[in-house]
Design a protein around this ligand. Structure first.
Ligand code: URP
Ligand code: ZN
Ligand code: ZN
Length: 466
């Protein structure tokens, strides 16, 4: 049986138009006017609704650990589905003593396959830059994992990477079209500032932001750009949050370097002052880089609108507030002990629509590009992120008339809080298809565990092809 979605407004990264969409098996069969159904087909009337491609969230943590605390995993990936995201790409930190691919494969078999409720892929994170590991980087491309990240931040943690590792990764990645990504913050600057603050008794969550101001991000962004220039390799900067880092990326791009970047939903709507909330609630907003002020948010909205940044991810990290409090509160503890990260898997589209499209900051087409099309291209997912015949039938029927309030009460992330609690929400994903199968109906998840499948990325993603 096929599915015919009639009378909706199809939104692509380029334009929008009224059309029908037909699905056969796992793929989009046709998009056009007055498409005909065959007997037995399911027909959905989408009049008054927008038809969007299923989202591609290229920045998710389902296995991240911070000082012994571990995030929620793929068993909560139905939260992505109800948020209109049908493909997730998770960062897998290389385990000491193991290879890059071996780490991903071992983790995938036990923690993703048979569990994931949307499609998935992985980025490698190099933590152990031995010579043989550097030599393995080109093999990531053959294995279907053509992207690798290095953490410039987090001094003293096993996943911190120095310039030596980044430069070697850039040279090696280029040999096989592996896109190198960086978390750009200067670890030494943060470390010195953190120790000074703690010595002064400034230990609460708010000081997390004071310990890592924009200059920390700008310095590392610039340094990574110079490393990429030396290797003559493309570079992708994850979670860009401030105007200073944006300026570095723009300047490099204008010099002719292949430098690209993303931001995340929470950096577009949350504020440094959230870290000052009473009763230690500021801990809910401890993420790295830190939340910024209005002027930076305005710069980020302009950057995503003008294509100076080309994706908006979640950087989803599912730590409980109870755990954040346990780790960071009390005698001898500080903001530096609070597990970093924001649970935001479910609300990426809701935030972008309500605070981006409805407030006139981005067009619907721009949203589609940032939410689905560009992240698919960056990661070499050539059947994802677009509404066109032959692409995977990952489709969101979006109801623009819904009005509600974002709350942990309607959240499937499995975390005890939502950083967007109480935010007004306009519109919602009403029906979602994953490769032709309906997994969300009337805004409720109706799919099943293990329905997601591993998607291999192709090398030489869009950072190589500008
Ligand atoms: O605070 C964050 N972003 N936590 C997740 C790990 C990372 O740095 O991306
Ligand atoms: Zn990061
Ligand atoms: Zn992250």
């Amino acid at each position: 049986m096929a599915v015919l979605i009639k009378n909706g407004i199809v939104v692509t990264a380029e334009n929008e138009f009224k059309a029908d969409v037909s699905i056969e098996g796992e793929r989009i069969a046709a998009i056009g006017e007055n498409l005909r159904a065959s007997e037995g087909d399911e027909i959905i009337d989408a009049a008054g609704k927008y038809i969007l491609p299923g989202g591609v969230d290229q920045h998710v943590h389902f296995s991240f650990t911070y000082k012994g605390s571990k995030v929620r995993g793929f068993e909560t990936s139905n939260a992505a589905a109800v948020g209109g995201t049908t493909t997730l790409i998770e960062f897998v930190n290389q385990e000491k003593g193991k290879g890059l691919i071996e780490t991903i494969e071992d983790y995938r078999k036990t923690d993703a396959d048979g569990i994931a409720m949307v499609d998935y892929s992985f980025h490698s994170v190099m933590t152990d830059p031995r010579e043989e590991v550097i030599e393995e980087i080109p093999k990531l491309a053959e294995a279907g994992y053509p992207t690798m990240k290095l953490f410039m931040a987090y001094k003293g943690m096993f996943f911190h990477a120095d310039d030596d590792a980044i430069l070697k990764a850039l040279y090696k990645g280029k040999e096989a079209g592996v896109t190198i990504m960086v978390h750009a913050e200067n670890a030494e600057m943060i470390d010195v500032a953190t120790k000074r603050l703690i010595a002064e008794g400034k230990t609460g969550p708010y000081y997390h932001a004071i310990s890592r101001p924009p200059v920390v991000e700008a310095e590392a962004t610039r340094r990574a750009i110079y490393l990429a220039e030396m290797a003559d390799a493309p570079l992708y900067v994850v979670h860009v949050t401030c105007k200073e880092a944006l300026a570095e990326i723009r300047a490099a791009y204008n010099r002719g370097q292949k430098i690209f970047g993303e931001t995340c939903a929470h950096y577009l709507v949350l504020d440094t002052e959230d870290l000052a909330k009473p009763n230690f609630e500021g801990a809910k907003y401890v993420c790295s880089p830190a939340l910024r002020t209005e002027e930076h948010r305005e710069a980020l909205w302009e950057a995503v609108d003008r294509k100076w940044l080309n994706a908006i991810s979640s950087d989803h990290c599912g730590f409980d507030f109870a755990e954040q409090k346990h780790m960071g509160f009390g005698e001898g503890n500080s903001f530096a002990d609070i597990p970093n990260g924001a649970p935001s898997l479910q609300n990426r589209l809701n935030i972008l629509w309500t605070y981006g499209v409805c407030e006139g900051k981005i067009s619907r087409s721009r949203l589609v590009d940032l939410f689905a099309t560009s992240p698919a291209k960056i990661n070499g997912l050539d059947k994802k992120g677009q509404l066109a015949a032959g692409f995977d039938a990952d489709i969101v029927i979006f109801d623009p008339d819904y009005e509600g309030t974002i709350s942990v009460a309607n959240n499937l992330e499995g975390v005890d809080y939502c950083p967007f609690e109480g935010f007004a929400q306009k519109g919602r994903p009403e029906t979602v298809f994953l490769r032709g199968q309906k997994i969300v109906d009337d805004a409720k998840y109706i799919g099943h565990k293990g329905q997601g499948k591993l998607i291999a990325g192709k090398p030489y993603g869009s950072a190589y092809q500008w």
